[in-house]
Design a protein around this ligand. Structure first.
Ligand code: KG4
Ligand code: ZN
Length: 341
């Protein structure tokens, strides 16, 4: 293994972004090409798996070529190929896994399978060295988890959602407000215009565990909107958004701070698509500075919060250093969790 510049070509196709990146030494982004399919799924109000797979097939070769061109790197300079093996949509994952296997075979390069959620956590390593033990608040469209890491590559889920993921709840109430999919970003914007006047429930906030629940909040939100509709009343959508966001952020931040205290971590990292949420970023920053000024908080820049291949390359570097490679029978694992790593 050379100690100069280790170049990994990383591929991500777990959901609705096709992405390829070149990462140097696990921390330096040489290129990170992301082709979003959101427009194709919008009119269906969610991601349609068959459409996602077809888009990945159409985009993947071009994304990889662009990633290599932008980084000015040829296949002969690469040290490994990394790919998301799960969790995600099986048909979507398979496109990336097969592309990675074909390239690894053709160019005789080691193949590194990456857990998508580990990728979200390691997005933070592209901006700041990780300090252990650390706690990660992982909030995406499919997951909401508090993950404790004693060292690189070791993940312990200490709490997770019992029903909807935070991003999923955002997207569902977005639909009730008539927003296009995915509604998370728009609700965040509306929340900054409105005020928390509805005082929605804060699910499981006082329970002695680190689990989350957003279905009660979602039901309360939907009932409030439907009751008003039946009475012919018009509710302020910005206030609804602000009230919803206040509940989500309150629960996430309260439980995260409790875990920071109990686990005595050196660093807290935010990860996943919902890490782009302005309310969450601001509240977490403020509370951490107030309560735990000695614990470092790392929040990824917006372009590294959503799905991208750079984060997959960052996570893959840990396996690369340990020579943990896959064989050509690597398969997509749609239900992959940290427990199966
Ligand atoms: O991590 P991600 O790109 O895909 C998954 O792995 O699931 O996360 C997508 C989720 C969507 O639910 C989207 O609505 C949400 O992240 N999201 C947001 C914001 N930006 C994206 N949720 C709240 N506020 C935002 N600013
Ligand atoms: Zn994701």
């Amino acid at each position: 293994m050379s100690n100069e510049r280790n170049l990994i070509l990383a591929i991500e196709t777990s959901c609705d972004e096709t992405s390829a990146a070149i990462i140097e030494n696990g921390i330096h982004i040489r290129s990170n090409i992301v082709a979003s399919q959101i427009k194709s799924h919008m009119r269906f109000g969610g991601v349609v798996p068959e459409i996602a797979s077809r888009h990945h097939v159409e985009q993947i070769t071009q994304c990889i070529e662009e990633a290599l061109n932008e980084a000015e790197v040829g296949y002969e300079e690469l040290n490994a190929i990394a790919v998301t093996e799960g969790p995600g949509l099986v048909g979507a994952l398979l496109i990336g896994v097969n592309a990675a296997k074909a390239l690894a075979y053709a160019h005789n390069l080691p193949l590194i399978p990456v857990n998508h959620m580990a990728g979200h956590i390691y997005a933070n390593r592209l901006i700041q060295p990780l300090l252990f033990p650390l706690l990660a608040l992982v909030v995406s469209g499919g997951h909401t988890e508090l993950v404790f890491m004693e060292e690189d590559g070791q993940y312990q889920i200490i709490g997770e959602t019992r029903d909807d993921a935070a991003g999923e709840a955002y997207d569902k109430v977005g639909r009730v407000l008539g927003l296009t999919y995915p509604g998370g970003k728009r609700i965040d914007e509306m929340a900054h215009v409105g005020t928390d006047t509805f005082n929605f429930p804060r699910g499981m906030i006082r329970e002695e565990n680190y689990d989350f629940s957003f279905s009660g909040l979602k039901s309360s939100f939907i009932n409030t909107v439907h009751n008003a509709e039946q009475k012919g009343e018009e509710l302020d959508k910005n206030d609804l958004a602000a009230s919803f966001q206040a509940s989500v952020v309150d629960v996430l931040v309260t439980k995260t701070l409790k875990a920071v205290e109990e686990l005595q971590v050196k660093q807290l990292v935010l990860a996943g698509g919902v890490a782009a949420n302005r309310g969450l970023r601001e509240t977490l920053t403020k509370k951490m500075a107030e309560v735990f000024p000695n614990v470092e908080l790392v929040i990824p820049p917006l372009n590294l919060c959503g799905d991208n291949a750079a984060m997959i390359g960052a996570a893959a570097y840990i396996s690369y250093q340990r020579s943990e490679f896959a064989t050509y029978d690597l398969n997509a694992q749609p239900g992959l969790s940290f427990d199966t790593i």
